[in-house]
Write a protein that binds this ligand. Sequence first.
Ligand code: ZN
Ligand code: ZN
Length: 282
Amino acid sequence: MPSHNLAYIKIDELEIIGYSVAGEETVVAMPQLDVCFDVGKAPDQIIPINHVLLTHGHMDHAAGVAYYLSHRNFSGQSPGTILIPENLVDPLRDIIDAWGRLDGNKISANLVGVKAGDEYPIKPNLFTRVFPTKHSRGSVGYCVIEKRKKIKPEYAQLTGSQIVELKRQGIEIDYPLEIPIVTYLGDTQYVDFSQLKYIVESKVLIAECTFYDAEHADRAQAGKHMHISEFAALVDKLQNEHIIITHTTQRTPMREIRKMLKESLSPEKFSRIILLMDKRQK
Ligand SMILES: [Zn+2]
Ligand SMILES: [Zn+2]
């Protein structure tokens, strides 16, 4: 029995399941990529996913870590891997150890501290690249990138046996290509992410947009979140095919949010927008 009614989105072959309300809970999983961005309160549907990529330590994003680990252990799964900003590894380990003492069983965990610029393998052809965000000390976002090999243009016309022969001679006939699949910003105030090509070109962007009212620009600034005016300026510079908005509030109804987005974005950008919480399963 699932613990939550999560939102469900399908983009081509990629499924996205999650829940994200500011201050309450944020968790966004992509099962085919085997990653879960933030863990929220660890809804049952995300427990089998092997990589949890934490952006920062706020309770609404990270509270479920111990439950995730203990539930995996309980159902005979490996601890998986938890990526977390490196300055938060020690406090998270303390919490996990304290839960282990409460629970009467040591909880095993594989915590990997990360900082901007790091890369970490997810699958043989998939890795994540870490970039800085502006929210809390050490906070980061993640881009999941597919590695492909593409044949060099000068060899494109060769037959199979000619290719085999060149390879036998040790000649490099292909070059590495990176396909950014998804970028998850987590919580962040406005940063010009268009400086990072892999973010600009990610097929899917998952971005927070917490504040909508014109008079809430100061609150966005104070809480280090994005206001709709900044969000509009940001996505204007990006090329993502699909833009999923997370971290909305209960304060502003979904239909109001949709209306304001329509007014703030070009029709072309607006057509790419998906509000995560609009896709909640009943
Ligand atoms: Zn948050
Ligand atoms: Zn936060």
